[in-house]
Design a protein around this ligand. Structure first.
Ligand SMILES: Nc1nc2c(ncn2[C@@H]2O[C@H](COP(=O)(O)OP(=O)(O)O)[C@@H](O)[C@H]2O)c(=O)[nH]1
Ligand SMILES: [Mg+2]
Length: 363
């Protein structure tokens, strides 16, 4: 599962990518500095691991990781092959969710691809390029279904849906904004559309804008616009985040408190990205290791066991499960067991975020 950073050139994608991943990729104020994608696996901040480590005193603590890709910038006309054009679009096709970075900061030393800062216009520009790429896909799909419907009338409906979707995209609206029944949405989800991927908008602000964001018009407008897609806008100052990363812990705590924050923006943004990709964590705890494991939401117990080792899935018998809050409230597994809070779950159990699990198996 991968999250792609998408946006116009010089909006701060690589700066943000570095702040999130510590990868140290090259940034500059020349458009198209990032020609090859930057890729990094990032530990997902999870305070629950520290709590469990306090209970177990493990030799090792292993967080979950999320994969981020900083995708080379696009400009107007990408869908017609301009700039890095099709290559850029192909990279977006491969990711499971999109972090759409929008430049809010003003800086005359940093060239703006569209002349001057205008967050709402830039959001449109990028979304229009993605819509144009999707129009072709929807058109092809409708044509294919129409042809196949000559032999199988049941496919007429599919042809109709994709034609309606194509017309909707023609109006410059994303597939996320297309009103459809749950059944039709499943059909559309099956199609590799760029504007149907889960998206989180990231408003990259100057420090002043960030401090005064509750009254900063363009940020508030972005929030309203994103609502129609069921999407959120995350406010951040990429430059500041990078500075926060470089501070020692004491300075960092003071600085965050002064900004009215309880954790760095990067931590929250990584957590939101993880969630956006449809991922969650279950936990295992013991003296050798306390660890978070990544699964897709909706995963059942045997498949979750398989993340640890294939044998655990093959020989799955039961899962001993206790919720993180129950376990920490009791202080130990033994105390949680005594209170009847450790459940035995079978093959059909759907895992929950924060389950602390011990799998019983036999091979
Ligand atoms: N003033 C200011 N400059 C920034 C900020 N974020 C990024 N930049 C600068 O903008 C330029 C382009 O940033 P970069 O991350 O390479 O943008 P990308 O093309 O979207 O990857 C660099 O010179 C950054 O230092 C910010 O929040 N404020
Ligand atoms: Mg870049």
């Amino acid at each position: 599962m991968k999250l792609g950073f998408v946006g116009l050139p010089n909006v701060g994608k690589t700066t943000l990518f570095n702040a999130l991943t510590g990868a140290g990729a090259e940034t500059s104020n020349y458009p198209y500095t990032t020609v090859e994608n930057n890729l990094a696996a990032v530990p997902v901040p999870d305070a629950r691991l520290d709590t469990l480590a306090g209970l177990y005193g493990p030799k090792k603590v292993t967080p979950a990781t999320a994969e981020f890709v900083d995708i080379a910038g696009l400009t107007k006309g990408a869908s017609r092959g301009e700039g890095l054009g099709n290559r850029f679009l192909a990279h977006i096709r491969e990711v499971d969710a999109v972090l759409h970075v929008i430049r809010c900061f003003d800086d005359e030393n940093v060239v703006h691809a569209e002349g001057h800062t205008d967050p709402m216009r830039d959001r449109e520009t990028v979304n229009l390029e993605l819509c144009m790429a999707d129009i072709e896909v929807a058109e092809r799909r409708a044509a294919r279904a129409e042809k196949a419907a000559k032999g199988d009338r049941s496919l007429l409906r599919e042809a109709d849906i994709f034609t309606a979707l194509k017309n909707h995209l023609d109006g410059g609206k994303t597939a996320r904004e297309f009103a459809a029944s749950e059944e039709d949405k499943e059909l559309i989800a099956d199609c590799p559309l760029l504007t149907n991927k889960p998206v989180l908008y990231c408003a990259n602000m100057s420090e002043e804008q960030f401090r005064g964001r509750e009254t900063y018009g363009p940020y508030l407008s972005l929030i309203e616009a994103a609502k129609t897609e069921g999407a959120a806008v995350f406010p951040i100052c990429a430059k500041l985040e990078q500075e926060i990363m470089e501070m020692d812990e004491g300075d960092r705590a003071d600085f965050l408190a002064e900004l009215g924050m309880t954790q760095p923006g990067r931590d929250r943004l990584i957590q939101l990205s993880y969630d956006l990709m449809g991922l969650m964590s279950f936990l295992t705890a013991g003296t050798p290791e306390v660890r978070a494991w990544t699964i897709k939401k909706g995963t059942k117990a045997p498949a979750a066991a398989g993340k640890i080792h294939k044998d655990l899935q093959r020989g799955f018998i039961r899962a001993e499960v206790v919720g993180f809050n129950d376990l920490t409230a009791c202080g130990s597994i033994a105390a949680a067991k005594a209170k009847g809070l450790v459940r035995l779950e079978g093959k059909e159990y759907v895992m929950r975020d924060g389950d602390v699990v011990h799998f019983l198996f036999n091979v």
